[in-house]
Design a protein around this ligand. Structure first.
Ligand SMILES: [Mn+2]
Length: 342
């Protein structure tokens, strides 16, 4: 009896959610005409890019044309790799005749998130950020309980009986992974899990792995040579000063690299970026506290702190206790740290 009631309850919720997916899709489709020239705008990150592709797919054969535009420069290599490998047609907003479209859709964002979006009257807004006020659209679907808009878009595609191509599925899969931080973020819910599971059979997981792994520019390989030459270990601690760096991100990559090595309980990597010394701390976070060590050793010179297992300091070079005309070196790094911890 109870089993049967559960089954009925299940089928009711299932068909209710199916109905709402279908009616959402219909509501969305209803605002478009055959001769529409549509512009989808996004702030380009993997979830937004994937979701825009899905919206474009939903509108194919239903409108005249669909373009995807984005205002920000895509800088993360993972995201550049995604766009290049999947050959996603994206265009910088300033290269598009923004005023000349007949319909505008905003995905994974809301009009007041960016000044360049605020000027546009959107016909549809599909998002998962907390709901903001002061704007309107003919079609609005905002579900803050979802970890990714890509999860919502899978529901639209399924309601439309559209099986995503490998490229689209791979993008959506990656979008969900990134936005839920591999399901480690609290913002995810069952809907994300169901969409993710559905995409799992279609997406190319090797490509996803390639997106995730690609974080180094070829020009940055030289920092590994410097790091391997420079690394000094003292009492299970690895110290490296890399000198001038083009971006502090490389310090994080080098620190994570040394964190792969056994018997290094601590990894401390520094580099000079602009007028600042940036120091990255890594440890296993077990009976150790990287945040506290960063604070204790560099706190007097500038902002320093973080979590148990990962921390950073960013201090103006002029605040450091360096003898005149002396450059900061790996030995200087060791000296500052060991002054405080033996
Ligand atoms: Mn998102």
């Amino acid at each position: 009896m109870i089993k049967r009631l559960e089954k009925i309850a299940d089928s009711v919720t299932q068909s209710a959610s199916k109905n709402s997916a279908t009616s959402r899709l219909q509501g969305f489709w209803d605002i478009f005409d055959r001769d529409d020239e549509v512009l989808i705008l996004i702030s380009a990150d993997p979830d937004a890019i994937a979701s825009a592709m899905a919206v474009k797919r939903l509108l194919s054969y239903r409108v005249q044309s669909v373009a995807i535009g984005y205002p920000n420069e895509i800088r993360r290599l993972n995201n550049i790799t995604m766009v290049e490998r999947l050959k996603i047609p994206l265009e910088r907003m300033h290269t598009l005749p923004v005023k000349d479209y007949s319909k505008y859709i905003l995905v994974d964002s809301q009009p007041n998130h960016q000044p360049c979006f605020e000027k546009i009257e959107f016909d549809a807004v599909i998002d998962h950020h907390p709901v903001t006020k002061g704007w309107d659209a003919k079609f609005i679907d905002i579900r803050p309980e979802y970890g990714a808009v890509a999860s919502m878009m899978v529901e639209y595609l399924r309601a439309a009986n559209i099986k995503p191509s490998v490229a689209l599925a791979t993008a959506l899969f990656y979008g969900i992974k990134v936005d839920t931080q591999n399901f480690q973020k609290k913002n995810m819910q069952a809907g994300d899990g169901i969409s993710f599971r559905y995409l799992f059979n279609i997406a190319n997981l090797n490509l996803v792995r390639k997106f995730e792994l690609t974080e180094l520019r070829r020009s940055e390989l030289k920092y590994f040579r410097i790091a391997l030459n420079e690394v000094k270990s003292r009492k299970e601690r690895a110290y490296v000063h890399l000198g001038k760096v083009g971006t502090p991100d490389i310090l994080v990559i080098i620190a994570d690299f040394f964190n792969h090595v056994d018997k290094f309980d601590w990894v401390i990597v520094s580099g000079v970026y602009g007028e600042k010394l940036v120091v990255i701390f890594r440890c296993d976070g077990y009976r150790k506290n990287a945040g506290k060590l960063a604070q204790k050793t560099f706190g007097e010179y500038g902002p320093a702190g973080g979590h148990k297992e990962a921390a950073r300091a960013e201090v103006p070079l002029k605040n450091l206790p360096l003898r005149e005309n002396h450059e900061f070196t790996t030995n200087s790094l060791i000296r500052i740290i060991t002054r405080h911890v033996k």
